[in-house]
Design a protein around this ligand. Structure first.
Ligand SMILES: [Zn+2]
Ligand SMILES: [Zn+2]
Length: 235
């Protein structure tokens, strides 16, 4: 961990920019490959129609998201170097607690943002782009209006400025964020039906949950959990 910290602190920015870009491209390619693999593996459990043929607009929007995510990562690096963002080195239970805090805070904040994104004016201006692809494919996770990509990134950086997370907790959250986003856009349901009635598990977002949002934009606004949709009657 210390080696990574020294690397992030002492390496010239231009090298870090290249590393950050490579990291974000790797995340997109890795997510799409895993997602396509899952879609094939669970082909008999489809929850949406198959996606329409890939368009150049989708590729352009996904590439823009990768660039903006890289910009947000770079912003986070600058904020950390300038002492606005601090990380803790704790391990054990502190990491688990930290991970839960990050997931739950981002979950409620993104629920609110997502509800706002469906206000007709904002929907037309911003969120409609993502909903053009209501029969999603794994790449759809990255297909959104640039304003939306930046909003999520800024929300995340704001939380990191306010809350001193552990390195491990933050990393776990970031991996889970991609995993949840991906599951919501693979068009098949890899989780067993009984999850919907199992305590705790029934509050966790699944593929059919987000697919449901793509079919009916007035419901299922949550990202990681169903908690806020249950609380606010939008499930
Ligand atoms: Zn979606
Ligand atoms: Zn939406």
């Amino acid at each position: 961990m210390n080696t990574l910290i020294f690397f992030l602190r002492d390496t010239p920015i231009w090298i870090l920019v290249l590393c950050i870009l490579a990291e974000n491209v790797f995340i997109l390619v890795g997510a799409v490959l895993v997602g396509e693999g899952l879609a094939r593996l669970y082909a008999s459990h489809r929850v949406t129609e198959a996606a329409a043929p890939l368009t150049s607009l989708e590729i352009m929007l996904a590439s823009t998201t990768v660039l903006l995510n890289s910009l947000v990562t770079l912003g986070g690096l600058f904020l950390w170097r300038a002492d606005f963002i601090h990380f803790r080195m704790d391990s054990g239970w502190a990491v688990l607690l930290d991970f839960l805090v990050l997931v739950l805070v981002m979950d409620v904040a993104m629920y609110v943002l997502h509800r706002l994104a469906h206000v007709p004016l904002f929907f037309k201006m911003v969120h409609r782009t993502h909903h053009l692809y209501d029969n999603p494919r794994p790449l759809t996770l990255f297909v959104m209006n640039p304003v939306e990509a930046l909003s999520f990134g800024l929300l995340w950086l704001t939380l990191l400025c306010i809350y001193d997370a552990t390195w491990v907790g933050m990393s776990l959250y970031l991996v889970s964020n991609v995993a949840f986003g991906l599951i919501g856009h693979i068009g098949v349901e890899p989780f067993p039906e009984r999850w919907k009635t199992t305590p705790i598990l029934k509050y966790i977002s699944t593929s059919s949950f987000h697919a449901g949002h793509h079919q009916d934009g007035d419901h299922n606004f949550g990202f990681y959990t169903l908690i806020w949709d249950r609380v606010f009657g939008t499930l």
